[in-house]
Design a protein around this ligand. Structure first.
Ligand SMILES: [Zn+2]
Length: 353
């Protein structure tokens, strides 16, 4: 409806936005949202519902304007770490997957091993502390109107839940970023950027962050050295999370040891005192990984889902095109590196990219 406003009305709305921006005074209604639970699966447990937040339409437009400026400045000043990949222009899961796979393949070439810890962050957006975001923005030099709006946007929020025609009473929310807000995603990137302070380019530990998907890995040749370095890093991340309101689930945080040996020592690693589990398969950003980087499980799943051969990756397959492209690009990387492991899965004559 707002998109179809006549020019005169659009200009009036723009004037109103500009006045609010300069005065730092925003409607109280913008702090209220209605949550509508939608079932994720056929079961009916509370955890099986996904809450969709219905917020004010004027706010949605306003936060888009703010988000555009905020993101532009963050990118221009290079404030977000380069290894933070999610929700940034010109980057996608393919960047994370090719970097991660490429590093593992390089370690294979050196006859080395890579141990990776896949962190599971619980309720990431709901736990993001407004204070952490604001402190980070202030540290980066943000002040004035944009900071005033972000403070307004994050604090003293209210929600009501609607089921059918029944509306609950209003409840205050003191934590997290507004659900479904376009600005929320960028503010989450700001909050999580602090995790990179434990890493530097000379460090054997590497980290890739795609929104709340975090993987930390290293390929140090020496087993003991790798264990010490990685455990130290996991400890630091655990402490950082506690200090900043984030929480990792030790039972869902998994380790995978990538190497070409048949039997290799799995060095115990722990998170907040809980021993982490080594796994033989792990789905990272939609792609099933395994210790030999064969992608056999992923290919099996594609076959099962599509009822056709996974290659060639064409529209014959019923999977979404985005996933085709992702797999295709990862496999292209493997081929470009001229490694033989793809042929372990399927001979080159069997597929066309
Ligand atoms: Zn190994």
């Amino acid at each position: 409806m707002l998109k179809n406003l006549p020019r005169e009305s659009s200009l009036q709305l723009l004037n109103l936005y500009n006045r609010m921006w300069t005065d730092g005074s925003f409607p109280r209604e913008w702090k209220s949202a209605i949550l509508v639970p939608f079932p994720k699966t056929s079961s009916s447990g509370v955890a099986d519902f996904r809450p969709i937040a219905l917020s004010n339409c004027d706010l949605k437009i306003f936060e888009r304007l703010v988000n555009f400026r905020l993101m532009w400045y963050l990118e221009k000043e290079n404030l977000l770490n380069n290894n933070q990949i999610g929700f940034r222009r010109g980057r996608s899961t393919t960047n994370s997957l090719t970097t991660f796979s490429g590093d593992i393949l390089e370690s294979f070439e050196k006859r080395s091993h890579t141990t990776a810890v896949f962190f599971d962050m619980q309720g990431a957006y709901d736990r993001t502390w407004a204070e952490v975001i604001i402190n980070q923005l202030v540290e980066w030099g943000f002040h004035g109107h944009i900071l005033d709006f972000i403070k307004f946007y994050l604090t003293s929020r209210k929600i009501r839940v609607r089921i059918g025609s029944t509306l609950s009473s209003e409840e205050s929310i003191d934590n997290g970023v507004p659900q479904g807000g376009v600005l929320s995603v960028t503010l989450f990137l700001v909050a999580i950027n602090g995790i990179f302070k434990f890493f530097n380019p000379d460090d054997p530990n590497k980290i890739l962050v795609y929104a709340d998907d975090i993987v930390v890995y290293n390929d140090t040749l020496d087993d003991s050295e790798r264990c010490i370095q990685l455990q130290k890093c996991v400890n630091e991340i655990g402490k950082w999370a506690s200090r900043n309101g984030f929480r990792f689930s030790p039972s869902k945080t998994k380790i995978m040891h990538f190497c070409r040996k048949h039997r290799c020592r799995q060095i115990p690693l722990s998170l907040n005192g809980s021993l982490l589990e080594y796994v033989e398969t792990y789905k990272y950003l939609g792609l099933w990984f395994d210790p030999k980087l064969s992608f056999k499980k992923h290919i099996r799943e594609i076959k099962t889902a599509s009822y056709v051969d996974p290659f060639p990756l064409t529209t014959r397959c019923s999977l979404p095109m985005g996933q085709h492209m992702m797999i295709k690009e990862v496999l292209l990387l493997l081929l470009n590196l001229n490694l033989s492991l793809v042929s372990d899965v399927m001979s080159p004559s069997q597929f066309t990219l």
